[in-house]
Design a protein around this ligand. Structure first.
Ligand code: SF4
Length: 347
């Protein structure tokens, strides 16, 4: 007697497998038809709930691949996703990423219900400084223009003059009239920006707070040297949250989107991506002809997302899953983001 085949589940499993087949960036996790058959009922349920709720799912490139390829409507870095939040018009946004990103979505889509799968999804960078600590820093440098990296809380944004991303930080800082810049919260990115502006002949004094990303801070020049010795012709691609000595030893330094474009557009036998493993997984799925050698690292916060939590947040969000921001905070925190859109509209 042959087993009864559930056709929608089988079709969904085959769709998932086509997207996930080449993804091999987490130890012990590979994809086959059996695994995709187990996932398929859940992705089908989430996609049905999404339509019923008038919801969209925004997924950061660093979350689990079954979210990215199973249920996400938009996938990218925090800047790309914030632009989608701004223009989506959806009644509900499920933000599979970390909490500061969902806060940014709420700032830009105040009428939408914005939910997170896991409220514990913090960020070592965003959580490195509070609004009160920034107020104290500002008092020490009253003439400085305050520039916050988008990886910051709404409270920190509300104390800032302009927000930036890793893709537009140089152009925006170069355009600011002030010479003295107070840059929060990424100390390593501040150093990389300082060097790049010097190289461009832009005279700025950049004072930084002391945060780092626990993923990117852990890469080392020794790791690059070892990989170059093992893989002749290797191209090393790094994110600006990496330490300056790592940035200096890389072949290319750029935002998440720029890293993807570089790998896609470069003919080289091997690539080493110094960033979160999710981006490696995306390239394995979307550019399977590229040979990516190991070396990426996992963000524990991003990995707190999961399909079941996405489903629960969509179906009946608990209070802790819903992002709420007081009106006054929202009005102050959205201003630096709107200023960023004015200063770098095409990024
Ligand atoms: S990868 Fe780094 S910057 Fe991104 S959420 Fe994780 S800790 Fe924060």
């Amino acid at each position: 007697m042959s087993a009864v085949v559930d056709e929608p589940v089988e079709a969904e499993a085959e769709r998932l497998l086509r997207a996930l087949l080449h993804v091999d960036c987490e130890p012990g996790r590979t994809w086959d038809l059996g695994g995709c058959r187990r996932l398929a009922p859940l992705t089908l349920e989430i996609n049905t709930l999404k339509r019923e709720r008038g919801a969209v799912i925004l997924a950061h490139s660093y979350v689990e691949p079954e979210i990215i390829y199973g249920v996400a409507d938009f996938v990218g870095d925090s800047y790309y996703l914030s632009r989608q939040a701004r223009r989506t018009g959806a009644r509900m946004i499920v933000f599979a990423g970390v909490v500061f990103m969902a806060e940014t979505a709420k700032l830009l889509a105040p009428d939408a219900t914005v939910v997170v799968p896991d409220r514990g999804a913090g960020c070592s960078l965003a959580d490195s400084i509070t609004g009160e600590q920034l107020r104290r820093l500002k008092a020490l440098y009253p003439d400085a223009t305050v520039v916050c990296y988008i990886n910051s809380t709404a409270e920190v944004k509300s104390e800032s003059d302009v927000c930036v991303t890793s893709g537009n930080v140089h152009d925006i800082i170069a355009r600011l009239p002030a010479r003295r810049i107070l840059f929060v919260p990424d100390r390593l990115m501040a150093e990389n920006v300082r060097r790049e502006l010097q190289r461009r002949g832009v005279d700025k004094e950049i004072i930084a707070s002391d945060g780092t990303c626990l993923v990117h801070d852990a890469f080392t020049p020794e790791q690059i040297a070892a990989a170059r010795a093992q893989f002749p012709g290797l191209r090393v691609v790094a994110h600006p949250e990496c330490p300056p000595e790592v940035a200096a030893a890389a072949d290319f330094l750029g935002s998440t989107g720029a890293m993807m474009r570089y790998v896609r557009g470069t003919d080289a036998p091997y690539f080493l991506l110094l960033t979160e493993c999710g981006l490696v997984g995306r390239l394995q799925s979307e550019a399977p002809d590229k040979h990516l050698v190991g070396g990426c690292r996992l963000c524990p916060y991003m990995k707190l997302n999961g399909l079941e939590k996405v489903r629960d947040a969509l179906r009946a969000p608990r209070p802790d899953q819903v992002i709420t921001l007081a009106d006054d905070l929202r009005h102050r925190a959205v201003r630096p983001i709107e200023r960023m859109f004015e200063l770098a509209p095409a990024d």
